[in-house]
Every structure is written in C-alpha cells, then in structure tokens.
Design a protein. Sequence first.
Length: 248
Amino acid sequence: MPSASDQHGIDMLIRKLESIATLSYEERQAIRSLPIRIHVLGARQDIVRDGDQPAQCCLILSGWACRYKLLSQGKRQILSFHIPGDIPDLQSLQLPTMDHSVATMKQATVAFIPHECLRNLTVDFPNIGGLLWRDTLIDGAIYRAWMAGIGRRSAYERIAHLFCELYLKLQAVGLAESYRCPMPVTQMDLADALGLTPVHINRVLREMRGRTLITLRSSTLVIDAWDDLLRASEFDPAYLHLEKQAAA
C-alpha cells in the first residue's frame, strides 16, 4: 500500500482531474492506491528526453515543468507549461517514443507512475480512462490556443492571454486566489514559449506594469486589473473546459 506521504502526493492528480470532471469515491480510492516513486529534482533538469521510451509517467507534485523541443542549433521552443497535478508525458501510455522533452523549471517534486498500473486502472475504472483521455484532449485545445496566439496575436495579447490561462489553471487546483499566483518563469522562458525575444518580453511587461494591469516580482504574478487583461487578450476560458469557475 502507498505510504501516507505518497497518498498525499497522488491527491494532486485527483485535484487536477476533479477540476475538469467528477470522480466517485471508489475512483478516488483507486487512484490513491496507485504505486508511485517520489523524487525531488533540481531546476532545469530533464524528466524525460526526446527519443526516450519510458515505462512510466510523471506526475508533477510541486514546482513547474515544461514540454520543449530543442533544434539542432540549440534553439528551444517551449510547447507548454505544467503545474502540480499535471502529467505532462501522459501520451507515452500510447506513443512509445517521446517526440519532445519534459524538464523542470524550478526545483520540483515529481511522482513516477508505472505505465502498467495506469493501464490497469483505466481497464478497471473506464471513467478514469475517459478522464485521462479528456485531459489529453484539453492539452490539444491549449496547443490550438497557443498556435493561434503565436500566429495572429500581438506580443502584448500573447502575454496577457498566457497569464489569464495560467491563473485559471492554478486557481482550479487550489494554487491561486485573489488574482495572485506563482509564476516561476523567466523572461527567456516566456520568449521561448511565445516566439518572441527576451527584449520584447521585457518591453511588454514594462508596458503592462505601466498600465497597472499586473505586478510581477519574486516569482509571483498579481493581476491588478483582471477584466482589462481579459479584454486585452480577447481571452475566452472555454477551451480549458474547467468544471470549477475561476476568477468569479
């Protein structure tokens, strides 16, 4: 049986899944029975690499991670940010070879769950299998939102849209409130995610602060004018498919 600390850790997965759907008591208990190995990883450490064939999935318990692709010239494209409760390599259950890497962004605690145990869980509890599928579909919706932003939004709109997205995701799992949330990403990280230069990111953040839309310091984001940020980015949270309504 999992230890008490392991059960507390796996509750992050329950919290994440219940932000997008409803779990029964039996389903929550089945998730808590999953065997996991908990590791503490340093900042900017690869969890799984492009080309790996993992036999386990990684659940983020604390800290942040990102999916990224590294080009031959050393240029990095961040494909997504991941917060506690996320399983950023869930697709490895069905796709045996990783086509991108996953790395921590700061020190993070992660739980590794064997593929075999996850597959057995989805067989025994088909609704959980459906929720994991739903989670990957929401990942696809987020990718589409990012693609639309990189292709058609201004730098100002891209950054505003990302801040709205991350705040709502964090609030849905109980990690943000009162328009304040952790934001442990550097300007270089934002540049690599949004297809901009660090200089451009810095300029836009100064403009946002000048308009009293946000305050960003010490890895904490405070959204001082939520409605204005929504309007600036034309943000519609429907693509996140959250059951919990945030920023009410």
